[in-house]
Ligand binder design. Structure first.
Ligand code: ADP
Ligand code: MG
Ligand code: MG
Length: 518
């Protein structure tokens, strides 16, 4: 595509010394600024001290992205935050959807059981925090470009830490390196939007921390990051931590605890009815902190629950007084099943449109929000025995029709979906009674973009597909429905080779990118 300066963009970099120089600059900048990940065990045979870091995969140039689409996605985020806060509060509605998928999905069933156990004794914390990310691709229909939502993440929405750094990298290169290329590129800073995703997410955590208030037991309060063992994406999480300490005058104690260690290092206060979550740091167990916010960067998939005790750990967090980010209900609101029912038009479903249930037009101002949200949906079908489900089953099992779809289970973290001709194959493997735990979604086909990815020190040049994520932070009261904070909190651009189905950076398919607005 033509660049804002009229040159071919991005340049192909045929000149080897020019290319090597740019790559070296990026290698150094990424490490110097924490745009980095821990190396995979396969790459490093001997890092027993855990001291090594490597550059996160990035594009050499910011990918062109339609400005109107970018602005639309940002503008709608607070509406999405509110929508998902409302869904999280509607236990009855979620219950119905959980029942529809739980038969074929033990993980969702177990999550629901955690909620039911806590409900029985009564929740002691009514505040809930969402650090959300709504993901989109641009859909091209003739000349018309429209963002279509890929999914809405309500748990462990990642890359907010690295994403701001990627925007800074491309801004830096625009100042120092691109002007030196033979096809001199001057990207005006107006086309490279600011991106304070780390600060935005940290501000959400800080707001919840403050809303929790002081410890009635006289302890210092803290934020606890619950993380995966051997997490490679640790610097992404650290950036949020560092932003927390600069965004607030008073430093907030933050600790990282592997999800597998919850029961070893936390307890619930025994002497009071408050069920305060108490944390004793392993290196100094004589200290006790009261956890104000439990921020889950783990616990989103079955792999984090290898035993019954892992479920007990999740139960401990859920029944405690800590503000969970997310609670089980908020996590379940992020099921692909929820997205499917929201996107199912009234005429297809026997129930009234789910979106209308959560975005009523009772004051005549809701309709703009309803229409704006509706525009971002693409076709998603149930695979149940309803009329819409039967039609979807026909499409999913047809060897030609299936090529337009992706089939998704109720999973997070990448690598779980079935694409095109793999759909009928997969359906053959599972009992028909369990098909309803999947949804069938039309594939979005964005306009072609070319870029070069630097991954593991190697360049990959060619057609790419970009996925935009918009972060949102929302703090609300489950009991009263009051929304105490609702902010759009920065963006993520992830880019993958156009031959790859999945786009996850952590899963090894995608890379970090930033937007050149066109
Ligand atoms: P996860 O929660 O595991 O990230 P996603 O729904 O985001 O699941 O799917 C993973 C990836 O699959 C996305 O990042 C995207 O690259 C691709 N994908 C998912 N849905 C679609 C779709 N409707 N059209 C095109 N690509 C899709
Ligand atoms: Mg995703
Ligand atoms: Mg997801």
């Amino acid at each position: 595509m033509p660049s804002p300066t009229g040159l071919t963009y991005p340049p192909t970099l045929d000149d080897a010394p020019e290319r090597d120089r740019l790559v070296q600059t990026i290698k150094d900048w990424t490490i110097a600024n924490g745009l980095a990940v821990r190396p995979p065990p396969a790459l490093v045979s001997n890092d027993s001290e855990g001291i090594l870091a490597m550059s996160a995969p990035v594009t050499l140039f910011p990918s062109p992205f339609p400005k109107t689409c970018f602005e639309e996605a940002k503008a709608i985020q607070t509406k999405y935050n509110e929508l998902y806060a409302r869904i999280s509060q509607d236990e009855e509605y979620l219950s119905g959807l959980v029942q529809e998928v739980a038969g074929g999905d033990e993980f969702i069933d177990n999550l629901w059981k955690v909620h039911l156990r806590v409900k029985e004794e009564g929740y002691v914390q009514s505040l809930a925090l969402g650090l959300f990310r709504s993901d989109y691709m641009v859909h091209q229909d003739g000349d018309n470009l429209q963002i279509k939502q890929v999914e809405f993440n309500t748990i462990a929405s990642s890359f907010g830490g690295l994403s701001g750094q990627t925007s800074l990298l491309h801004k830096y290169l625009a100042k120092t390196e691109y002007p030196l290329l033979k096809q001199s590129l001057t990207l005006s800073s107006g086309n490279l939007p600011p991106n304070s995703s780390a600060e935005g997410l940290a501000a959400g955590l800080a707001a919840a921390f403050r809303a929790y208030g002081k410890s009635s037991l006289g302890h210092q309060t803290c934020i606890l990051f619950l993380v995966q063992d051997g997490e490679r994406n640790v610097f992404d999480q650290r950036h949020l931590e560092y932003a927390l300490q600069t965004s607030d005058a008073e430093p907030i104690p933050v600790f990282r605890l592997p999800f597998s260690q919850i029961l070893a290092h936390t307890t619930l206060a025994a002497t009071s009815p408050g069920r305060q979550l108490l944390y004793r740091p392993p290196n100094n167990p004589s200290l006790t902190f009261e956890v104000a916010v439990a921020y889950l960067r783990a616990g989103y998939g079955p792999g984090d629950y290898p035993s019954a005790s892992a479920w007990e750990a999740r139960y401990q967090i859920e029944r405690s007084a800590a503000i969970a980010c997310p609670s089980v209900l908020t996590q379940l609101a992020g099921m692909k099943k929820v997205q499917q029912v929201l996107a199912t038009p009234e005429s297809v479903s026997s129930a009234p449109s789910a979106l209308r249930r959560f975005v009523p037009d009772d004051d005549n101002s809701g309709d703009a929000a309803y229409q704006a949200l509706w525009r971002t949906f693409t076709n998603i079908y149930p695979l149940d025995t309803s009329a819409a489900g039967q039609e979807a089953r026909r499409l999913a099992t047809d060897s030609e029709e299936c090529k337009k779809y992706v089939m998704k289970p109720q999973r997070e973290g990448g690598g779980n979906n079935f694409y095109r001709t793999a759909i009928p194959q997969r359906l053959k493997e599972i009992p028909e009674a369990h098909w309803g735990s999947y949804i069938l979604m039309e594939l979005i086909t964005p306009p072609p973009v070319v870029n070069t990815i630097l991954r593991n020190g190697k360049l990959e040049h060619g057609g790419v597909i970009c996925e935009l994520g918009i972060y949102g932070t929302c703090l609300w009261d489950q009991k009263t429905g009051a929304i105490l904070r609702n902010e759009e909190s920065g963006y993520l651009l992830r880019t993958k080779g156009d031959q790859s189905e999945e786009g996850g950076v952590a899963a090894g398919f995608g890379c970090m990118d930033s937007c050149l607005l066109v």
